[in-house]
Design a protein around this ligand. Structure first.
Ligand SMILES: NC(=O)c1ccc[n+]([C@@H]2O[C@H](COP(=O)([O-])OP(=O)(O)OC[C@H]3O[C@@H](n4cnc5c(N)ncnc54)[C@H](OP(=O)(O)O)[C@@H]3O)[C@@H](O)[C@H]2O)c1
Length: 301
């Protein structure tokens, strides 16, 4: 298949690009500030995706079978700092891609987030539950989901995913990379014991996306995550233990004792039905996610 991938230099886009190349697909890997340099790609255009005219011209020229959107302003604090750019990249871009995919008859896969929920439910969220985002990042992602599903009624997939483990080209995007960057800057990192997440690796999500790229019988809004729900502190402990780093590098704190963190979703866990019963790829546990870690430079430097 001919695939157009946006955000190819990001944590998830890079993992998807590698998976698509392994399967022998023709991959056009779009990015912005850095070019995607993976061996075997068909093309690696660099453009600012807020320039929808240039993007449209490129896509009409390529006429891909599948469009995969991993481009985003994915950091909530960047979204708060640059709301206009966030609107362009997190909402206008997926909307335009959804419209183009309808026009071209292409499969469209768009990535969303567990941050569309407020984290107040004790039960794992189903894709049919009502989302209530607590920050601007979650709001932009929710609006985009609705635009995508409204603009492409034929063949869309919106995949909500949790925080990601894995190895990003930039070395600062995944859970363990962010922890190592913090420890490089400070002696100790504070991690919440009462904020629960269901992490997954970018590699595992990429396999799911690849199956969805190839399986045109699955449409709509789906949830995917790992198989374990863990506190941020427990994740930190297990990362340090896995890398042979001192346990005292992290210190346990509670969200409820930090008044400036009141808008943070407390428990973000997903019910993975119906996708989990329809795919060959299965959710992986935290140990399997740890086993994928290769990047440990910041702390060693
Ligand atoms: N990472 C997570 O833990 C997580 C959790 C839940 C959901 N998600 C979602 O998963 C998707 C992928 O996230 P990620 O973590 O892989 O993101 P990321 O590592 O921050 O990468 C973002 C990508 O978007 C590209 N991009 C940003 N602005 C652009 C622009 N103006 N024009 C063209 N490209 C632009 C970046 O290209 P350059 O680097 O070249 O600028 C980069 O390739 C996003 O939809 C995100 O919301 C991520």
């Amino acid at each position: 298949m001919k695939i157009l991938l946006t955000g190819a230099t990001g944590l998830l886009g890079n993992a998807y690009a590698k998976a698509a190349l392994r399967r022998g697909h023709s991959l056009n890997a779009l990015s912005h500030t850095q070019a995607c340099t993976l061996t075997g790609i068909a093309s690696n255009p660099q453009l600012d995706a807020s320039n929808l005219e240039a993007l449209t011209e490129l896509i009409l020229h390529l006429w891909p079978d599948v469009i995969v959107n991993c481009a985003a302003l994915s950091n909530p604090s960047t979204v708060e700092a640059q709301p206009e750019l966030a609107r362009k990249i997190n909402i206008d871009l997926p909307k335009q891609l959804a419209q183009l995919s309808t026009h071209l008859g292409s499969r469209f896969i768009h990535i969303s987030t567990d941050m569309v929920f407020d984290g107040l439910s004790e039960a794992p969220y189903r894709s049919t539950d009502t989302p209530i985002p607590t920050n601007l990042y979650g709001q932009t992602k929710l609006i985009a989901e609705r635009e995508v599903l409204a603009c492409n009624k034929e063949d869309p997939v919106v995949l909500r995913i949790p925080i990601l483990m894995g190895n990003s080209p930039a070395g600062n995007r995944s859970v363990h990379e962010k922890l190592l960057v913090t420890l490089h800057e400070k002696e100790q990192a504070k991690l919440f014991t009462d904020e629960l997440r269901q992490p997954c690796s970018a590699g595992n999500v990429a396999e799911v996306m690849l199956e969805l790229s190839e399986r045109r019988d699955l449409h709509g809004l789906f949830h995917w995550a790992g198989s374990e729900v863990l506190s941020r502190f427990t994740m930190g402990q297990r990362i340090l233990n896995h890398l042979g780093l001192p346990a005292e590098s992290i210190c346990p704190v509670k969200v409820k004792e930090n008044t400036n963190c009141s808008s943070r979703p407390r428990i973000l866990a997903f019910n993975l039905n119906p996708l989990v019963s329809k795919l060959k790829t299965q959710p992986i546990d935290f140990q399997e996610q740890l086993d994928e870690i290769t990047f440990i430079e910041p702390l060693r430097a």
